[in-house]
Design a binder for this molecule. Structure first.
Ligand code: TXA
Ligand code: MG
Length: 339
């Protein structure tokens, strides 16, 4: 299959390009498009055949449910069976934006979208291209990140092309995404709201609106040179090709690897850096939103440069860094997800 890339202005998307892309979605084709977090691979969420093509292109395990993207809260309510007060308040405050709400589903959404489960994840993305596409398509759009399963999510159209070129027909190129990490996934319903995946929206921002939420037990902040929780608690995901290691003192580990003759990538906060042609340095921001925006792009660059090992200086602690720690730990985990 030939993959086409259509450039589209990120602020004022061309109406004709949007109309044609929306028509393709309505017909059951896949369209990759930018959101404010990462690029998504969209399909008509009401068309089980179209959604099956997402799983095939990604090589994604069929039990992993997809997020359904809609243009506003009214459209979200049309696909869920319950709309609790918390959902209303969170939607009011954070949509469009990087928050996915998991709620009991209506049966207009086929099983393949929800992994057969009784709930559906729904979000309103904040990117003008995504919103224009959803408004024009007038259907809910299932869209996982536009990468092969387990790989790093794409923050630029080139990343999508590199991962899924030849496997999908169309990419809308709206330039680099601003957020850089995926949305926060929160389950609402019985009992206390439960954080399922940390993301760009922090727990504190959510709790300021609806009060205390539960965090997954497996979520921890990396604190030393062997920061991985019990095996099986975190599965490998969001991973670059080269093995990735987290270190409090990355400099020492980098020196050891260089002495062993390895090509090394280093995500660091260090001010003074050794000069070595086998060392590729990515200087990282010390503020969590800026770090998030940069992380995947940095890992994609190191992959493209064929480094043999990636050393990452452990970022600061505090829950503002939760999503960054989560993704780094998954990237560092050797075991693949069992599902
Ligand atoms: O920022 C994002 O969320 C991006 C953009 C494209 O919107 N999408 C994204 O999709 O990251 P994906 O498929 O790569 O990740 C979706 C996550 C998975 O961890 C999945 O298990 C969870 O959301 N999820 C989706 N629906 C769910 C449901 N009904 N119940 C529990 N978890 C769900
Ligand atoms: Mg993904």
């Amino acid at each position: 299959m030939q993959t086409q890339t259509w450039r589209v202005d990120a602020e004022e998307p061309d109406a004709e390009i949007i109309a044609q892309s929306a028509e393709r979605l309505r017909r059951g084709e896949l369209v990759a498009f930018p959101t404010e977090t990462v690029y998504g691979l969209g399909a008509n969420a009401q068309d089980a055949g179209a959604v099956a093509r997402i799983f095939a292109a990604k090589g994604r395990p069929s039990r992993n449910p997809l997020i359904v993207h809609v243009p506003d809260a009214t459209a979200a309510r049309a696909i869920v069976a319950e709309w609790p007060d918390e959902a209303e308040r969170l939607a009011e405050r954070f949509w469009p934006g990087p928050l996915t709400l998991v709620l009991p589903r209506r049966d207009t959404i086929p099983d393949i979208v929800t992994g057969g489960g009784a709930t559906v994840g729904v979000r309103v993305p904040a990117h003008p291209v995504a919103l224009a596409l959803l408004r024009a398509a007038r259907i809910p759009v299932a869209a996982p990140s536009a990468n092969r399963s387990l790989q790093i999510s794409p923050t630029r159209a080139e990343h999508v092309l590199h991962s899924l070129g030849g496997l999908i027909p169309l990419i809308l190129d709206g330039g680099p995404t601003s957020g850089g990490l995926e949305s926060t996934v929160l389950r609402l319903g019985e009992g206390r709201p439960q954080l399922l995946r940390p993301g760009l929206l922090t727990p504190a921002e959510i709790e300021a609106v609806i009060g205390p939420i539960l965090r997954p037990e497996a979520l921890t902040l990396a604190t030393d040179d062997s920061p991985l929780p019990a095996p099986g608690m975190l599965s490998r995901h969001y991973a670059p090709r080269a093995p990735l290691e987290l270190h409090t003192n990355g400099a020492a580990r980098v020196r050891t690897l260089l002495q062993a003759g390895r090509r090394v990538g280093w995500l660091t906060f260090a001010a003074s850096l050794p000069a070595d042609p086998a060392l590729l340095v990515q200087r990282m921001p010390t503020e969590p939103a800026a770090y998030s925006a940069r992380l995947y792009a940095a890992l994609h660059e190191l992959d493209a440069a064929n480094v043999e090992a990636i050393v990452v200086d452990i970022p600061p602690h505090g829950e503002d860094w939760l999503a960054v720690h989560d993704r780094l730990q998954r990237a560092a985990t050797a075991e693949n997800s069992p599902n």
